[in-house]
Design a protein around this ligand. Structure first.
Ligand code: FMN
Length: 325
């Protein structure tokens, strides 16, 4: 396959793979454009999909776009091209966040040595249900630490004391978010369902609250009584992974999104489910406290909860056609 065979069907598959990525509140804050002259697919921020109250600096938006870029890179390789990814490729255009060039045929020997995570793109869903007590196998932890490192991101595995501390900060964040009218109303707008809905989170994808009160899942039910679910007992020792970067610039946020998606797809491959605990990262003082001083001066970008449990419900996506342009 050569770049000249990039037809409409393949382009649609590339963009569909990208938009299957997770995004904050499933806002899908991206727009894609093909540059046929350079065989490049560009991803821009869709600023009309910003979360002004909860993500005023666009950090979460960049993470979401980074995750989409990871899928796009995988899909390009899956279709036989060598993907060349650039972050913030044009300083004159800050909304242009990522470009992926289809740089000729991918050497078959390279494809043979890398795990093909492409199929996992379609199987991955956030799972907000309780997980079992079964620990993740050591080799998978090693693999996800390495996967994050490949993207230039640290992935830490907090011990039980540190996990308790991180969950405590997440509780504090959750309480603040619930009592902040702007943030509460913004979240509420993105909980939606019904025919013709292509974004946002349907109530069936939300999870129950934790009956024991130690796992602070994002409390959508308090925001939307129709989405309320009875409390359930969650795992006593949640297994967290903390994604952190050395700096805190837009390129670091994009890298964190690449790493996040890499980790999520490796987990999906091994039937490991994941949910995200982002609340404390959304409050500057709590985000500062999420740092583990033993790890040095880092910036926490995401808490990922991993474990064995039910697959999450699918959430809707805009079509590739409507995300192009
Ligand atoms: C930057 C970012 C922050 C997120 N924060 C949370 C969160 O705090 N709580 C949560 O339950 N899900 C969170 N999510 C998951 C999204 O809600 C989810 O990806 C989206 O609804 C699409 O669903 P899917 O992951 O099942 O495809 C976050 C996702 C991203 C990319």
């Amino acid at each position: 396959m050569t770049p000249t065979t990039l037809d409409a069907a393949v382009l649609e598959d590339l963009v569909s793979a990208a938009v299957a990525a997770p995004s904050m509140h499933n806002t899908q804050p991206w727009r894609f454009r093909l540059r046929p002259d350079t065989h490049t697919v560009e991803i821009r921020a869709a600023l009309d999909r910003e979360l002004r109250a909860e993500d005023p600096d666009g950090r979460g938006l960049h993470l979401s776009v980074g995750a989409a870029a990871f899928n796009l890179r995988l899909a390009v390789a899956h279709h036989g091209w060598e993907p060349v990814l650039r972050l913030l490729p044009d300083g004159r255009e800050p909304q242009l966040l990522v470009s992926v060039r289809l740089a000729g045929r991918r050497p078959p020997e390279r494809a043979a040595t890398e795990p093909d995570l492409y199929q996992q793109i379609w199987r991955r869903h956030t799972s907000r249900s309780p997980f079992s007590a079964r620990p993740l196998p050591g080799p998978l932890w090693t693999e996800i630490v390495d996967a994050a490192r490949v993207e230039g991101v640290h992935l830490h595995l907090p011990d039980q004391d540190e996990t308790r501390r991180l969950l405590g900060l997440t509780y504090e964040a959750e309480a603040r978010t619930i009592s902040d009218q702007d943030r509460r109303e913004e979240s509420r707008r993105w909980v939606r369902s019904g025919a013709g809905t292509h974004d946002g989170i349907p109530p069936e994808a939300l999870g129950p609250p934790d009956a024991a009160g130690h796992l602070p899942t994002r409390d959508f039910s308090a925001l939307l009584p129709a989405a309320w679910q009875p409390a359930k007992v969650f795992e006593q020792h949640p297994q967290l992974a903390v994604l952190a970067t050395d700096h805190d610039r837009p390129a670091d946020w994009l890298r964190a999104g690449l790493a996040l998606q890499h980790v999520l797809l490796l987990a999906t491959r091994d039937q490991v489910r994941a949910s995200l605990l982002h609340q404390a990262v959304e409050w500057a003082d709590l985000r500062w406290m999420l740092r583990d001083p033993r790890q040095g001066p880092e910036h926490v970008q995401m808490l990922v909860r991993l474990g064995y449990g039910p697959e999450g419900a699918p959430t809707p996506r805009r079509t590739a056609g409507s995300a192009l342009g």
